[in-house]
Design a protein around this ligand. Structure first.
Ligand code: PLP
Length: 370
């Protein structure tokens, strides 16, 4: 019988995620499964919690990986915090802000939005004005908007909300492991991420962290969390304490992968990892500009790990991506929504952010375009 796995090629992943995975993470994923209540597995769980806290610069006890991809982290944050008619403000400048709005509306929250042009950041003064007009239970923003390559001013928005009763919710799916996050110092109350971006692990887990304020909001709900699988009040009992209560079977080997991926970042040193992202982002932008290409986002708001490149007039952007994939074994991403057909999205996430990858992509792009 044909085994399709034999046909998997070695593709250089330079799109918006998944990113390249370190061999040590692949080795970790292939280790023998043990039981999800085995004391040795519980030691691994505890180490993952501690290492996530270090990376997020937080003391939050409730810091765990949720089963599922980044979207499960998003759903988990909203479903545990929202009750019907709760006033929620979502700041939108791309696909993932829109997804937050959709998730919050499905939970029957009373959702207001502030929208900004795609490719530009959230404007802090507009947020300041909006929150002075109405008291929100939650203000939500995406740190690294993967659909555009924009970094939003998460620390500055946090400063506006400090001391208020509002819960500050941040999407760190693409930012975690690629740029600094200081969850406690920035006043973030609820945060989620994903494994397949700058953590350089395959997709499958969603790191999540709740501050004491967010936990208090969860504990003082008038109604049950309307989703069994993502109910943190039950999941918490599996992740803390001397005795662990079964909720659902943890995806054991994915946790091995995340454990190893976090170890690699902590061993290299988070600041060195962020600097590496910045160095190869600068090298990529320089190389693209030398070829006559331009970037969508202004330098001050550019993400190092997600580079949006304007497609030159008259170039068939899909054909270029297809040639890069088929001929050069390099994946890059397309634009989404209003940016479809207008940009390419080049990822330099985690293990992908290396000089040899930048050099290989620039050479392949140059010969494809010519
Ligand atoms: N938020 C952001 C900023 C993302 O980039 C993504 C995925 O690309 C998600 C949320 C959703 O994550 P997932 O596709 O892993 O469910």
């Amino acid at each position: 019988m044909e085994n399709l796995l034999d046909g998997i090629e070695d593709i250089l992943l330079m799109g918006p995620g998944p990113s390249c995975v370190h061999d040590k993470v692949y080795e970790a994923l292939g280790k023998k499964s043990i039981g999800h209540l085995d004391p040795y597995f519980i030691r691994i769980m505890d180490a993952i919690k501690a290492n996530l806290r270090t990376l997020l610069k937080t003391e939050n006890t409730l810091t765990i990986p949720m089963s599922g991809t980044g979207s499960s982290g998003m759903e988990a944050c909203f479903v545990n915090l929202i009750e019907e008619d709760d006033p929620v403000l979502v700041l939108i400048n791309g696909v993932f802000g829109m997804r937050m709005q959709d998730v919050a509306q499905r939970l029957r929250a009373n959702v207001d939005t502030l929208e900004f042009d795609w490719g530009t950041p959230v404007v802090v003064d507009q947020v300041k004005k909006k929150i002075s007009e109405k008291q929100y239970k939650i203000v939500a923003v995406v740190h690294a908007e993967t659909s555009t390559g924009v970094k939003n001013p998460v620390a500055e928005i946090g400063a506006l909300l400090k001391g208020s009763e509002t819960i500050y919710l941040v999407d760190a799916v693409t930012s975690l492991g690629g740029v600094e996050i200081a969850m406690d110092a920035w006043g973030i109350d609820a945060l989620y991420s994903g494994t397949q971006k700058c953590l350089s692990c395959p997709p499958g887990l969603a790191p999540l962290s709740f501050s004491d304020k967010a936990v208090a909001a969860l504990e003082s709900r008038k109604t049950k969390v309307p989703n069994w699988y993502l109910d943190l009040s039950m999941i918490m009992k599996y992740w803390k304490g001397a005795t662990r209560a079964y909720h659902h079977t943890a995806p054991i080997n994915m946790h091995y992968g995340l454990y190893q991926a976090l170890l690699l970042i902590l061993e290299e040193g988070p600041d060195n990892v962020y600097q590496r992202h910045m160095t190869y982002h600068n090298a990529l932008v320089q190389g693209l500009e030398d070829m006559g290409l331009s970037m969508l986002v202004a330098p001050d708001s550019r993400l190092p790990m997600l580079n949006s490149v304007n497609v030159p007039e008259g170039v068939d952007e899909a054909a270029v991506r297809s040639t890069l994939l088929k001929q050069y074994k390099i994946e890059i991403g397309a634009g989404l929504g209003p940016l479809a057909g207008k940009i390419w999205r080049v990822g330099l996430m985690g293990h992908t952010a290396r000089q040899e990858n930048v050099t290989r992509l620039l050479a392949a792009l140059k010969s494809t375009l010519s």
